[in-house]
Design a protein. Structure first.
Length: 279
């Protein structure tokens, strides 16, 4: 969806609209402006929930604003916000997901809530908006793609619907194919995911990510020859994809190509030693 209205945010958080507007005017949140007032993102809702927790704990508004400013740019990009928890440990604020913990700011901020609570509260609003968008003939493929990205934080099922709408309007939308493929892959529908990764690679032959994801899908189906070909294609586009080197090393070793396996394992280790990331 394109965003939440003030009324919808109030509905999700169980707060009066007057308080949402008051916090916005005080600079605790900076939503964009639409034709009919403020437009809030899901991240804005998470930050407003944080503001409520902190203000209810009698933490000064200025300090709350500083904490939110730090959090605003550090909530995890590309990961479901429903997996995130914001909490305090002594005088440190911690943001954590399944495998990462980081400090957006310092200070003893007394809060601890799972963002999944916000996602669950937002679900009815998102479903209503998705239904309304379905009747909007002005929605473009990019609009539906953007909606899909937002929906991933709230409803993976509805995100899949949004990405499919994007592809109905533009069958060559590489990013929509990639994201739809990823969601299908994560849900165990690997063959369907493979098809979307192939279409993403066809639509954008310079996308290392498309070839890498295709390699993983083929690898998961024990199609080793195809997986090797896809991983090699990904590395031609981006030689720094460490996990592609690792996966190739594993496949080459299994296929009896020890020299190739060692070469890719060496590349993998060099990238990690330089502080590179996997994939």
């Amino acid at each position: 969806m394109k965003g939440y209205t003030t009324r919808e945010v109030a509905e999700v958080l169980g707060l009066p609209t007057s308080r949402i507007l008051s916090w916005t005017r005080r600079g605790l949140i900076s939503p964009s402006r639409g034709a009919h007032g403020y437009v809030f993102s899901f991240q804005d809702i998470v930050l407003l929930r944080t503001a409520r927790e902190l203000l209810d704990a009698d933490i000064p508004a200025k300090r709350v604003s500083q904490a939110l400013e730090a959090l605003r740019g550090q909530l995890p990009a590309g990961r479901p916000l429903s997996a995130v928890t914001i909490s305090a440990l002594g005088d440190r604020v911690l943001v954590r997901d399944e495998d990462t913990v980081w400090e957006p700011d310092t200070g003893q901020l007394r809060m601890d809530f799972p963002v999944s609570d916000v996602a669950e509260a937002a679900r009815p609003v998102v479903r209503r908006a998705l239904h309304e968008q379905g009747r909007d003939e002005g929605m473009t493929a990019d609009d539906w793609y953007d909606s899909g990205v937002d929906l991933e934080a709230v409803s993976l099922e509805d995100a899949i619907v949004a990405y499919r709408h994007a592809l109905e309007l533009d069958a060559t939308h590489s990013d929509a194919h990639l994201n739809l493929g990823r969601l299908l892959h994560e849900s165990g529908r690997v063959k369907e995911a493979e098809e979307h990764y192939r279409r993403a690679a066809t639509a954008d032959p310079e996308s290392a990510r498309a070839f890498y994801n295709l390699g993983v899908a083929l690898d998961d189906q024990s199609a080793s020859a195809g997986a090797i070909e896809a991983y090699e294609a990904a590395l031609r586009l981006d030689p720094e994809l460490a996990v592609a080197h690792f996966n190739l090393s594993r496949l080459y070793e299994a296929g009896g190509r020890a020299a190739d396996a060692l070469a890719h394992l060496a590349h993998y280790k060099k990238i990690l030693d330089r502080g590179g990331i996997g994939a």
